[in-house]
Design a protein around this ligand. Structure first.
Ligand code: PRP
Length: 211
């Protein structure tokens, strides 16, 4: 039997994923050691390998088949637009992709003038404004702390993830429009889905019993 390789997005999602996997008997003790600099972990009994990667790289590993399975946020799947199968909504990491800004920006969204949109997700923002709202905007790509942009005048609005809403609240911003709901998803390489169908289908089946 060959190894089934999993790419897990680093951070909060990975912790929840390991908890879920543990419930169905898939364990990887080594992986819990936060001080370890090791990158790949093996469960010999189950013939499974796990590695942690930056979220946006997970769909890349899966599309190329370097990982058979990936666990990653829907935001990353939409943004990266890779060729893969999305097979399961894991239900955790729930949040929303939203257009946010100061209340005064609501009016700008209503009219057709050119506004600037700062975001870590330029493809999602483009799809939303161009294809769903049929309007032209200027997209400004940032890499974090997106809420700063409308405060310091870099953009009128942002497209960003809202979970509890506290970052917005503490910075005097609001949700102006909702783009889509998000959560953690399991994705599968298209060839692996055929070649390892039995193992992967069984994995999906047992995971579903815990959701
Ligand atoms: C995310 C997101 C928001 C915040 C939303 O940022 O970009 O800033 O969390 O969460 P809340 O609604 O619960 O306040 P993250 O912490 O991932 O860091 P970043 O700003 O560097 O992207």
């Amino acid at each position: 039997m060959r190894y089934l390789t999993f790419a897990l997005g680093k951070g909060r999602l990975a912790e929840k994923t390991l908890e879920l996997f543990e419930k169905v008997g898939i364990t990887c003790e080594e992986m819990k050691d936060k001080n370890s600099r090791k990158l790949i972990f093996v469960n010999e009994e189950l013939k499974m390998r796990f590695f942690l990667a930056k979220g946006p790289d997970v769909p890349t590993y899966v599309e190329y088949g370097a990982a058979d399975i990936g666990i990653v946020g829907k935001d990353t799947i939409l943004e990266e637009g890779r060729k893969l199968y999305e097979v399961l909504d894991l239900g955790y990491g729930k949040c929303r992709m939203c257009v946010c800004g100061p209340e005064s920006a609501l009016e700008l969204l209503q009219h057709n003038q050119l506004i600037r949109v700062a975001t870590k997700y330029p493809n999602i923002a483009k799809d939303y404004f161009y294809n769903k709202k049929h309007r032209t905007v200027e997209i400004i790509k940032l890499n974090g702390s997106i809420e700063l942009a409308p405060i310091v005048g870099l953009s009128e609005v942002i497209v960003d993830i809202v979970e509890t809403g506290s970052t917005l609240k503490e910075n005097g911003l609001k949700v102006l429009e909702e783009v889509c709901p998000l959560s953690a998803r399991m994705v599968v390489n298209q060839v692996s889905m055929k070649m390892e169908n039995e193992r992967i289908s069984e994995l999906i089946r047992v995971l579903k019993t815990q959701l």
